[in-house]
Design a protein around this ligand. Structure first.
Ligand code: IVH
Length: 709
C-alpha cells in the first residue's frame, strides 16, 4: 500500500512533526493538520495491518494529541476523515466484516501520577463532585495482545470478531472456539440476559511464546518479534487449528452490551464495573483477579500502577500499561464518551520498552580469550527510563541473519533488567546510503589475522600477547568470579598497566605497595588494603586459580571438577585427553583447551612464577568434593528456591542445599521434590501447588530441616 520511498518520507515527516512547536496561524495549522492525517494513517497501517510499527506508542500518541489540540483550537479543521474521528483500522478482505453491537472504542493515555490526577479532576468536574471527594476506580492490566468482541445469544457463543475499525471488525468465531479460555456456553439466561457482547484481549503466555519460537527456529520458519504479533497472527489465521496450536488465551475485561429477551438494555443490573467482571468470572470467563484492584482514590490508583510497572517483567503476559476505570456505572454514564474513547477510563502507559534509533557505527571489543564482539553505537534513546547508546550484536552471524547495516533505523528493545538488544532493522526506511557491515579480518587491536573455529560463533584473535586480551585477562583474574581480589577493579589494572607494572597476571603478586602509596589518589591506607586483599587471594583454593587463567571453555564448574582430581595445579602437565574425559561432565573441548594451555612452556613458567610469589597451587580442603552421607537431610531430593529469601542469598541457600545432599534444579515439574518459597513467590509457587506432589517449605522450615535454625 505504501511504497518504500513514501514510507521513509512519512517516517521523516513524523519525526519533524514531533519536534515542531505550536502553529502560528490557521494557514500553518491547516498544513500541519494535513500532514498529521497522512502520518497517522501511515502509522496505523504499520501497526494494525503490518504488525510492524516504526515509531513508539508514545510518539504515536504525541502526534495524535497534537492533532486533537489543533482541532480544538481550529474546529473548522476537524473533518470527518480525521484520525481523531475514528478508531484504528485492521480490516482486510480475508474475513467477513461484522458490525459490533456497540462501538469498540480506544482509550485516552496517561504517563504519570500527574496525568492521573488531572484525569481524576476531570471526572469530578463532569460528575459535579466536590474537589476533595474520592472517586472509586478499578485498575486492571492493559493487555498487549489483539482485542476481541464475543457475542453470546441464548447462552451460546455465536460470534467473535476482532476490533477492526471500532465499528466493524473481522469475524473469527472459529478461531475463538479454538481458544480454550473462551467458554462456548455460559449461563447468562439464568440472569435474564439473552444477548451480550463482551470485550477482551487474546494473548499468548510469554513461556509459551518462547516455546513457539524455539519450534519455529527448528522448523526453519521466521520468528515472531514478540508475543503480541504471535497472538494477533493467531487470531487472524484462516486455520483454527493454528490458533489452538499457539495456545491463545483470552482475558475478558469489559461488558459492552447486555439485553434481555425483550431487547431492553440490562447493564444496569450491575451497579459497578467490578461487579460485572466478578459476574463474568463466575460464569467461567478468564478475568483479571490478582491483577485487578478496586482503589478508593486516585492515589491508590497511582500506587497500584507503579507496583505493576515494577512487576511487569515477571508477569507471564505482555502488558503495556494499566487501565483505570471509574467503578460506578452511574458515574460512568455521567462522564460519557468522545468519538474516540470513554471519558470514564484512561490507560496508564508504562515507560516504553521499545524505541527506534539510528545505527551510527560499529565498534569491536576484544575479550579475554580474544573473541571479537561487534557493538552497535546508536543515537542515544530512552528505553524504560534508561539512556541506551551501545548494544552488543554478538557475532557476525547475528549481524547477517538480521541484515543489520550502518545507517539503518533500528528497533531497540530493553526488557526489565535484560540488556538491550536490536529487534530488527527497518529495511522499508532505507534510502540506499546504508552500508553493509564488513566484519574485520584482522584483530582491531594487534592486526593479527582472526580465526574462527568450526562450530563456534565468534571470530578470535589467536595472539595470546595481544594487549587488549592481556588487559581483559588481568581484569578477569582479579574479578569476583575468579580470584576475587577485593577493591581491585579494571581502573587499577589499566593504571598499573600503563605504568608498566603489569605485564602478565603474575605481576599482580609482586606489586610495589610503597610505590602505589605514592600514586595520586592512593596513600598508605589504600595501598595496604590492596596488599591485604592480594595476600588473601594468594591462599585461594586452586579451583579459583584454574578459572582465573582464562582458558577457553574452562568455566567455573569444570574448574571445580578438575581441582577435585589433582594435588597440584602443575599435575595437569602430565594429563592425557582421556584423563580429562574420564571425569563426568568434562568433554573433549575442555580437554583440548586445557591440554594446549599446559603444553605451552610460557604458561608453565607463568604458574611457577606465581607460585614463587606465594600463590597457592596445592589442592585445599575447599577443592575436595563434598561428602554427602546417605542420611543427609536432603539426600536424593531435588530442590528449587523462589521468591525473596530474607536470611540468606539465593546462592548461599543453594550451596547449603547441596551440602545437605540436595540437587538444585531450575524449573517446576513433577521431578521437583521441594520448593522453598520466599517472600512474594509468584508463578513457580502456583505451578508447584498445581503439580501437587511438591513439598512447599518456607525459608524457616528449610533451615529447620537442615538443622540451621
Ligand atoms: S477497556 C470502552 N480494558 O486497549 C473501554 N481495554 O486502547 C475500552 N485493552 O484495543 C477498552 N486491556 O483492546 C480495556 N483492561 C483493559 C484492556 C484494554 C487492553 C486494549 C483494548 C483496546 C485498547 C485501547
Amino acid at each position: 500500500m505504501y511504497q518504500k520511498e513514501q514510507q521513509r518520507q512519512l517516517f521523516d515527516l513524523s519525526k519533524k512533526l514531533l519536534q515542531q512547536t505550536a502553529e502560528a496561524d490557521q494557514a500553518a495549522a491547516k498544513e500541519t493538520t494535513q500532514q498529521l492525517h497522512q502520518v497517522l494513517h501511515f502509522h496505523e497501517w504499520k501497526y494494525y495491518i503490518q504488525n510492524d510499527p516504526v515509531i513508539s506508542d508514545f510518539e504515536y500518541d504525541t502526534l495524535f494529541k497534537k492533532l486533537e489540540a489543533i482541532e480544538e483550537q481550529f474546529p473548522e479543521l476537524k473533518t470527518p476523515d480525521s484520525p481523531t474521528q475514528r478508531v484504528s483500522n485492521d480490516l482486510t478482505n480475508e474475513f467477513n466484516s461484522v458490525e459490533h453491537l456497540v462501538p469498540m472504542l480506544s482509550l485516552d493515555n496517561s504517563y504519570n501520577a500527574e496525568d492521573l490526577k488531572d484525569f481524576d479532576e476531570r471526572i469530578k468536574k463532569r460528575c459535579m463532585l466536590e474537589e476533595d471527594s474520592d472517586v472509586e476506580y478499578v485498575v486492571e492490566p492493559k493487555f498487549d495482545g489483539g482485542s476481541i468482541a464475543l457475542v453470546y445469544e441464548n447462552d451460546v457463543l455465536v460470534r467473535a470478531a476482532t476490533r477492526g475499525n471500532g465499528t466493524k471488525g473481522e469475524e473469527m468465531t472459529l478461531n475463538a472456539k479454538a481458544m480454550r479460555t473462551i467458554p462456548l456456553r455460559a449461563d447468562f439466561s439464568k440472569h435474564n440476559i439473552q444477548k451480550v457482547e463482551l470485550r477482551g484481549e487474546a494473548l499468548i503466555e510469554k513461556n509459551n511464546f518462547d516455546k513457539i519460537n524455539a519450534q519455529r527456529a527448528k522448523d526453519g520458519q521466521t520468528l515472531f518479534a514478540n508475543p503480541r504479533n504471535a497472538a494477533t497472527g493467531g487470531l487472524r489465521t484462516k486455520d483454527p487449528s493454528e490458533t489452538a496450536k499457539r495456545g491463545l488465551e483470552a482475558f475478558v475485561y469489559q461488558l459492552g452490551f447486555a439485553a434481555n429477551e425483550n431487547g431492553d438494555n440490562v447493564l444496569d443490573k450491575f451497579s459497578t464495573h467490578n461487579e460485572g467482571i466478578e459476574f463474568l468470572g463466575q460464569l467461567g470467563f478468564k478475568v483479571p483477579i490478582v491483577e485487578r484492584k478496586v482503589c478508593k482514590n486516585i492515589k491508590e490508583v497511582a500506587d497500584f500502577c507503579k507496583h505493576w510497572e515494577a512487576k511487569r517483567e515477571g508477569y507471564n503476559y505482555e502488558i503495556d500499561g494499566m487501565v483505570v476505570k471509574v467503578n460506578s456505572l452511574t458515574l460512568q454514564e455521567k462522564c460519557g464518551y468522545t468519538s474516540h474513547h470513554p471519558r470514564w477510563a484512561i490507560a496508564y502507559k508504562f515507560k516504553a520498552k521499545q524505541a527506534t534509533s539510528t545505527l551510527e557505527t560499529i565498534e569491536y571489543q576484544i575479550g579475554k580469550i580474544g573473541s571479537i564482539t561487534p557493538v552497535a553505537k546508536i543515537t542515544p534513546v530512552q528505553l524504560a527510563g534508561v539512556t541506551v547508546s551501545s548494544i552488543s550484536l554478538h557475532n557476525e552471524d547475528f549481524i547477517n541473519s538480521k541484515d543489520i547495516r550502518i545507517g539503518d533505523t533500528v528497533l531497540v528493545e530493553r526488557a526489565g533488567d535484560v540488556i538491550p538488544y536490536i529487534v530488527k532493522s527497518m529495511d522499508d526506511l532505507r534510502d540506499g546510503s546504508e552500508q553493509k557491515i564488513e566484519f574485520p579480518k584482522e584483530c582491531p587491536g594487534c592486526q593479527t589475522p582472526l580465526i574462527r573455529a568450526e562450530k563456534e560463533a565468534a571470530w578470535r584473535c589467536p595472539n595470546y600477547q595481544c594487549e587488549a586480551q592481556v588487559l581483559q585477562r588481568m581484569t578477569f583474574h582479579v574479578s569476583k568470579d575468579a580470584m576475587d581480589i577485593d577493591g581491585f577493579g579494571p581502573s587499577y589494572i589499566e593504571r598499573f598497566y600503563e605504568l608498566d607494572w603489569l605485564k602478565d597476571i603474575a605481576d599482580i603478586y609482586q606489586l610495589d605497595y610503597e610505590a602505589i602509596a605514592q600514586l595520586e589518589g592512593f596513600g598508605e591506607r589504600s595501598a595496604s588494603k590492596l596488599q591485604m586483599a592480594i595476600d588473601k587471594a594468594k591462599q585461594n583454593p586452586i579451583h579459583r586459580l584454574l578459572h582465573s587463567l582464562s582458558i577457553h571453555h574452562l568455566g567455573k564448574k569444570a574448574s571445580k571438577l578438575l581441582a577435585q582430581e589433582i594435588n597440584h595445579v602443575l599435575d595437569l602437565q602430565n594429563w592425557t585427553e582421556e584423563d580429562f574425559t574420564n571425569i563426568k561432565d568434562i568433554g573433549p573441548v575442555v580437554a583440548e583447551n586445557v591440554l594446549a594451555f599446559f603444553n605451552d612452556a610460557s604458561n608453565i613458567e607463568l604458574l611457577k612464577k606465581m607460585e614463587s610469589l606465594g600463590v597457592n597451587l596445592v589442592q585445599t580442603d575447599d577443592d575436595k568434593p563434598v561428602q554427602v552421607s546417605a542420611d543427609a537431610p536432603l539426600a536424593g531430593k531435588s530442590i528449587l528456591f523462589t521468591g525473596k529469601l530474607l536470611k540468606m542469598g539465593r546462592k548461599e541457600a543453594q550451596e547449603l542445599a547441596t551440602l545437605n545432599g540436595a540437587k538444585n534444579i531450575s524449573a517446576v515439574s513433577s521431578k521437583l521434590n521441594i520448593l522453598v518459597a520466599g517472600e512474594k513467590a509468584g508463578s513457580k509457587l502456583k505451578k508447584a501447588q498445581a503439580v501437587g506432589t511438591v513439598e512447599i517449605l518456607t525459608e524457616d522450615e528449610f533451615l529447620k530441616l537442615i538443622g540451621k535454625e
